[in-house]
Structure formats: structure tokens, C-alpha cells
Write a new protein. Structure first.
Length: 84
């Protein structure tokens, strides 16, 4: 069964594709695997990934983190490779 996630070669062959959108929304209950799915996809297509809680963001960053600090984390996660 090729679509069995327990197989060691599951998801190894990734075909080239073109994404029309850069933003996606993943909705589901707690524990349904949303974060695991995103982490796995990021690993497969070799893009940096930062998980951040956006509920505390404000435009000026007066409460919680500001957007620039999240972008800095993403830049560091990319190995400081802006093209990546």
C-alpha cells in the first residue's frame, strides 16, 4: 500500500509542482495533526518553518511579540539565507 504512512518510504517521491497561493489555512481540532502536517511538508520541500502564536500580535508589538521578531526567527531558521 503506497499511501501507508507507517512505511519508511512514505512521501519520499515529491513531484515538482507550482503553488498558486503562498497562504493556507489548516483548520482542525486539537491533536488532529495540523502541526505535524505542516512540519512534514516544510521538510519535504526544504523550506524554513517557524511556528508562532499570532493571537498575541499587535501592529506595534505593545502586547506580546511583534511581527519583526517572528520574521527574525524565520530568517535565522533559514540559515540566514534570504533566498531560501
Amino acid at each position: 500500500d503506497i499511501n501507508n504512512i507507517s512505511k519508511p518510504d512514505f512521501g519520499r517521491a515529491v513531484e515538482d509542482c507550482e503553488l498558486d497561493k503562498s497562504n493556507i489555512v489548516i483548520i482542525g481540532p486539537t491533536g488532529s495533526g495540523k502541526t505535524l502536517l505542516v512540519k512534514t511538508l516544510a521538510k519535504l520541500i526544504d523550506v524554513p518553518l517557524v511556528i508562532a502564536d499570532a493571537t498575541c500580535l499587535t501592529q506595534a508589538g505593545y502586547v506580546g511579540e511583534d511581527v519583526e521578531s517572528i520574521l527574525l526567527k524565520l530568517y535565522i531558521e533559514s540559515g540566514q539565507d534570504i533566498e531560501r
